[in-house]
Design a protein around this ligand. Structure first.
Ligand SMILES: CC/C=C\C/C=C/C(=O)SCCNC(=O)CCNC(=O)[C@H](O)C(C)(C)COP(=O)(O)OP(=O)(O)OC[C@H]1O[C@@H](n2cnc3c(N)ncnc32)[C@H](O)[C@@H]1OP(=O)(O)O
Length: 713
């Protein structure tokens, strides 16, 4: 809804009221219409101010309403009503003006923003475009290139930048509503006619065609098959037409996006990112019943790539850090690398680098005086255990002990300490100061407070933290295993790395499975597999009675560790080179391998690559839910979109399974399992069967079919 009052004698003040972000629900839209009528019919009122309740102008259209039939007045005529008002209307922008919120502000005749306000049109992240006139008014106000940038990236603009761009008329550090009221008084006698953006011509640009062409090319490259970014460019292109025609084009494009599965997927992802914050543990402990401990000082042990990124992320979150590394050369290199990362980050954010927040050590002693330790040494259980033993002896009571591990048993590490309840896994993703995902892994003895503290620290570091149970590979890497496995089997059966990667990249992954393996290094998984004992000789393709592909191991034996060695599944021009080229050596190697093992190469098509890789991965996701390692499908989907480059416009693997149809996924898995009975990951899991028998409920209902989560090893 919206509230109305008359202030300073002649200013009608309309306050949008829909906590927490004053989203433009049907009631708010109706409120704007009613309160505008009131202000316009009140003869004492000479000008109007629109503001938002509780320091937030407006977070945009109410996204929750998108999934049900529309009620109440439409946003476009509501904004047109504001723009065509005969009395000047001023938007008082505090907090955020996003999406429909900014579109409403663009319908006002003046915009006053608080210096800390953020403005933007982030609809592209929801699979949409600014469809309430935003794609037509913004370019008219600030020009096509700036509008294209804001609309296609969906980025938030600071008040300072907004002023520079001409998006707002004034920025203030004072009370924004008071300033807007003063401003409204000063313009009360002026006609709003010349301030209606819809009447502006689109500003001239010497080579608009080249601008659109360049942006469209960039957008298509980045979009990975997403429709919205392309539609955003098309909508802005229509701003060169008369306003009414541009609006019609905006409407057509919006209608296509609105009904697309992509918009549904991206809106699901929006809410899933928020849902994972409401974590729970097998004991019943929950996010809203557990208070995290504030972390002021932390120690990072091991300054390889991960330790450096973690240190930077902690410092940027305002935490004092002791960064520790025993190897002198590594320590020196890390100091330099961390300082320059901090300097670059500070420059980007327009602040001073917090170099004084970090100090370095070559021994463990400072651990005695910190609130939390993140161990980030090499992924080796014996080494990590030793570190945890030392920490247990050194740390003051109450210090949280966290391991940055990508899949090792957190319970084993905890058992090396006197305080297993204070031990959790914190699985960061490289580069740790950039990637948004954090898996927080609770062991069987982790206390709710340890989990709450790690979750909150992750949030403070700008991450989306997902609490997961303890099992090999946790959620992300556990699901990666059957996916990789299928890719290897497909090579054995006749596919090439280039073809498999092409299919997966067309699906929307940033990189296919083989390019990704080359980038992360083939030796990492090899070392883990060797520790488990590799099969050899005639049994090379069988492990524990099941089909096993030794291809990755054989490549590593040849010193082909991927991009860093210049050779892996592809060849590169030099070690560390970035351009992957098909390698004739590999082709020859695969042919010899097939001959040696009596395999006959067959033609493998696009559908088989997609189904075998993705359905095996999804099947493992169902198992993870069944085992209680993830509390719900949203947790898995957030992990895959934010950590494993799953395309956001496909929602995540569990959402995608529901989109494809659970029945179809089940049937295809049954088919492939019949063809390959020696591959257990293709055997459909019970939860999938149960969901199909129950009529394939939507993903939002799956939690009702899950057992209480529990830690399983
Ligand atoms: C017919 C269509 C016509 C016109 C086109 C217009 C389209 C749009 O406007 S689409 C919406 C565009 N706006 C956005 O994308 C903004 C989305 N929100 C955010 O980015 C953030 O929430 C925020 C920056 C506004 C605030 O961030 P923060 O303080 O970190 O809070 P949360 O993100 O946790 O959000 C709190 C709470 O509010 C819910 N919420 C936020 N925005 C919306 C919204 N636009 N509609 C509905 N609900 C919203 C959010 O889900 C949180 O609630 P839950 O924890 O219960 O999920």
């Amino acid at each position: 809804m919206a509230q109305y009052s008359r202030v300073s004698g002649t200013v009608g003040l309309i306050t949008l009221l829909n906590p927490p972000v004053n989203a433009l629900s049907a009631a708010v839209r109706q409120g704007i219409v009613d309160m505008m009528d009131k202000a316009l019919s009140d003869r004492k009122v000479k000008s109007v101010v629109i503001c938002g309740h509780n320091g937030k102008f407006c977070g945009g259209a109410d996204i929750r309403e998108f999934s049900s039939p529309l009620t109440g007045p439409l946003l476009i005529p509501v904004i047109q009503g504001v723009e065509s008002a005969a009395k000047p209307v001023v938007a008082a922008i505090e907090g955020v003006a996003l999406g429909g919120g900014l579109e409403l502000a663009l319908g006002c005749h003046y915009r006053i923003a608080h210096s800390k306000a953020r403005l933007g049109l982030p609809e592209v992240h929801l699979g949409l475009l600014p469809g309430a006139g935003g794609s037509q008014r913004l370019p008219r106000l600030i020009g096509v290139p700036a509008a294209l940038d804001i609309i296609t990236t969906g980025r938030h603009v600071t008040a300072a930048e907004a002023l520079k761009l001409g998006l707002v008329d004034r920025v203030t550090d004072r009370n924004t509503v008071d300033e807007a009221v003063k401003f409204a008084l000063s313009v009360a006698d002026q006609s709003p006619q010349s301030r209606r953006i819809s009447t502006f011509p689109c500003p001239h640009h010497p080579d608009l065609d080249a601008v659109f062409e360049g942006v469209m090319q960039r957008v298509r490259q980045r979009a990975r098959g997403a429709l919205a970014p392309v539609a955003c460019v098309q909508a802005v292109a229509a701003a060169t037409l008369p306003f009414a025609q541009g609006m019609e084009r905006e409407r057509e494009l919006m209608a296509t996006l609105f009904t697309s599965g992509q918009a549904r997927a991206q809106q699901y992802h929006f809410f899933a990112q928020r849902a994972v914050g409401r974590w729970s543990m097998p004991s019943g402990a929950r996010w809203d019943k557990t208070k995290p401990v504030a972390v002021h000082k932390a120690m990072v042990i091991g300054l390889g790539t991960m330790g450096r990124g973690i240190s930077v992320a902690l410092v940027q979150a305002g935490v004092s850090v002791v960064a520790m590394e025993t190897n002198e050369k590594q320590l020196m290199d890390a100091k330099q690398a961390i300082s320059s990362m901090l300097e670059r980050g500070a420059k980007r954010r327009g602040v001073a680098p917090a170099l004084d927040k970090i100090r370095y050590s070559s021994d463990m002693q400072p651990a005695a005086d910190v609130d939390l330790v993140i161990e980030a040494v090499f992924e080796d259980m014996a080494l990590k255990k030793k570190v945890f033993q030392q920490l247990s002896a050194l740390c003051k009571p109450g210090t949280f002990l966290c391991s940055n591990t990508s899949g090792l048993d957190v319970d084993q590490l905890a058992s090396e300490t006197r305080t297993p309840e204070l031990v959790v896994g914190m699985h960061f993703f490289a580069p740790a100061h950039v990637m948004k995902l954090l898996e927080v892994v609770y062991g069987s003895r982790s206390s709710p407070q340890a989990v709450a503290t790690a979750m909150e620290l992750g949030k403070q570091m700008g991450k989306v933290s997902v609490a997961v149970g303890n099992c090999r590979g946790f959620v992300g890497n556990r699901m990666l295993k059957p996916y990789l496995e299928q890719a290897f089997f497909l090579l054995e059966e006749g596919a090439t790395p280039e073809f498999v990667d092409q299919v997966l990249e067309e699906f929307g992954f940033a990189m296919g499975v083989f390019r990704m393996s080359d980038l992360s290094g083939l030796d990492v998984g090899w070392r883990v597999r060797k520790a488990d004992g590799l099969p050899d000789g005639h049994s090379a393709r069988i492990r524990q009675g099941c089909r096993y592909s030794p291809l990755g191991d054989l490549l590593c034996e040849q010193g082909r560790f991927g991009q860093k060695t210049g050779r892996g599944w592809y060849q590169y021009d030099k070690p560390g080179g970035q351009v992957a080229k098909p390698d004739p050596w590999l082709q020859d190697f695969l042919e010899k391998f097939r001959t040696q093992h009596g395999l006959v190469a067959r033609r493998i098509d696009h559908q088989e690559v997609l189904e075998r890789c993705l359905y095996a991965l999804m099947n493992e996701g169902f198992r993870i839910l069944e085992d209680g390692i993830a509390a719900g499908p949203e947790d898995i989907d957030v992990i895959y979109v934010l950590g494993y480059s799953w395309p956001p416009h496909r929602g995540g693997p569990m959402f995608y399974a529901a989109m494809v149809g659970l029945k179809k996924v089940l049937e295809r898995l049954e088919h492939y399992h019949q063809e390959h009975p020696d591959i257990p990951s293709l055997k459909p899991c019970n939860l999938l069967r149960k969901l199909v028998v129950s009529g394939s409920p939507p993903v939002q209902k799956w939690r009702e079919f899950l057992q209480k989560p529990q830690s399983q090893l």
